[in-house]
Design a protein. Structure first.
Length: 411
């Protein structure tokens, strides 16, 4: 959905330079068609599964308009906090399609989730299961619980986003879960209806998912033997996207062929919690070139955005492609940096891009996932605006913050 027409970069039917000039920069732009396309791709890959819930992972991008799009696609939600459930409900989401993850759910959050009737609370520890039982008892209800296991499988992704290996804070080890089975049976205000796993994010090959599925199938069989009536298998999220255009996209044909028989044999509802795959490529972050500086034999392209707008480069050394909104002749090799007072505020090092000049706009590509949702006001920089493009239409879906917003909570 992003392509050059002559020298100008377009999102669907609209020139991004026109958008940047109208809405300013830094600016997040999303392509609605691309979200729908990715949703279709994922749905087709899972089309042989009868009882399927695709629970969009709200943390990835929680803009209300995008959440509404997900709801209209009949997707549910993977939520991690009361705040995410609140936004999902505001967007018209059905709580019975929400699954609640997270290692530190507070009593208040559990009450909130139970009051709204989420489908399943994915518990990440034995103490949490006990707390859920207590809260449910106080309220006179039976809480639907999924047990998140840590299967100790390698996700083949960045260490900071690997979540299913031994030694990390996520999930319950299979051994601990099974030795706790007797105790869990005594808890009368929970119904353990599911098993859950999430091994990590930005995974580009099917194998780690297949390993996680085998683990979940094994635990389901064990729990059933113990008398638990397991009806749901939640496989988490993690499908990766090709940030570097040299990378190969995720192979859904291979995934479908290998995963379908395993998933069908589970005899449960199947839940997936994709996030990045649905929205990552649909979004770009438009930046304006403030200065071009030459020092130390290097060229710095200094943009008006920063790590407060998009932190993934600073935090995970993440790679993103950069495309100027209007192509000029020639190319330069440069560091593309931001405004923030930190050396780590660098989007790309020693990168060859087509020539840019002061005042030009450039697009940081594939910024739709964990972009705006991880943005902050660091350096007292108001949050950027967001717009949605659909065909020839463009709509502001979050206004740019102004200086008054910086003191909106009196602090
Ligand atoms: N489900 C659970 C329980 C999760 O923790 C996550 C992501 C997802 C689903 C969605 O995963 P996805 O399909 O988007 O890979 N900020 C990092 C990624 C952190 C992932 C957190 N959990 C980044 O920018 O790469």
């Amino acid at each position: 959905m992003y392509r050059y027409i002559d020298a100008d970069l377009y999102c669907e039917g609209i020139s991004l330079r026109d958008i940047a000039e109208a809405y300013g920069a830094p600016l997040y732009v999303y392509s609605a068609s691309l979200i729908r396309e990715r949703a279709g791709q994922l749905t087709r890959a899972l089309s042989d599964i009868d009882d399927l819930l695709i629970a969009y992972s709200v943390k990835v991008n929680n803009n209300l308009t995008l959440l509404k799009m997900m709801t209209e696609l009949s997707f549910g939600a993977d939520i991690i906090s009361a705040g995410e459930l609140y936004k999902y409900l505001k967007a018209g989401g059905d709580p019975r399609k929400a699954v609640f993850a997270g290692v530190a759910k507070s009593r208040e959050e559990l009450v909130y989730a139970l009051t709204h009737g989420v489908f399943m609370i994915n518990a990440e520890s034995i103490p949490e299961i006990i707390r859920i039982n207590d809260v449910a008892k106080e309220r006179g209800v039976i809480a639907p619980v999924g047990v998140r296991i840590n299967p100790d499988v390698e996700a083949r992704t960045h260490a900071k986003i690997t979540t299913g290996r031994r030694g990390v804070k996520f999930g319950i080890s299979v051994q601990n879960l099974l030795t706790s089975a007797e105790m869990l049976k005594q808890l009368k205000n929970i119904d353990i209806i599911g098993v859950d796993v999430h091994i990590g994010s930005q995974i580009l090959s099917p194998e780690p998912f297949l390993a996680a599925m085998s683990a979940i199938a094994g635990v389901t069989a064990e729990l059933r033997k113990e008398g638990f009536n397991i009806r749901a298998a939640d496989l988490g999220g993690g499908f990766g996207i090709p940030y570097n255009k040299k990378d190969r996209p995720f192979d859904f044909n291979r995934y479908k062929a290998a995963a379908t028989p395993i998933l069908k044999a589970m005899g449960t509802k199947i839940i997936l919690e994709p996030g990045r795959f649905l929205v990552g490529e649909s979004g770009v972050l438009l930046l304006k070139v403030e200065y071009i500086k030459s020092e130390w034999g290097k060229t710095f392209v200094i943009t008006n955005g920063g790590m407060n707008d998009y932190i993934r480069s600073a935090m995970y050394d993440a790679y993103n492609e950069f495309y100027p909104l209007t192509l000029r002749d020639g190319s330069i090799t440069c560091d593309i940096v931001g405004t923030v007072c930190e050396t780590s505020d660098i989007f790309a090092a020693e990168r060859k891009i087509s020539t840019v000049e002061e005042g030009d706009y450039i697009a940081l590509m594939d910024a739709g996932a964990y972009g705006f949702s991880m943005a902050s006001r660091y350096n007292a920089r108001p949050l950027a605006a967001e717009v949605l493009v659909d065909g020839d239409n463009v709509k502001l879906i979050r206004r740019r913050e102004n200086l008054d917003d910086l003191t909106d909570t009196d602090g």
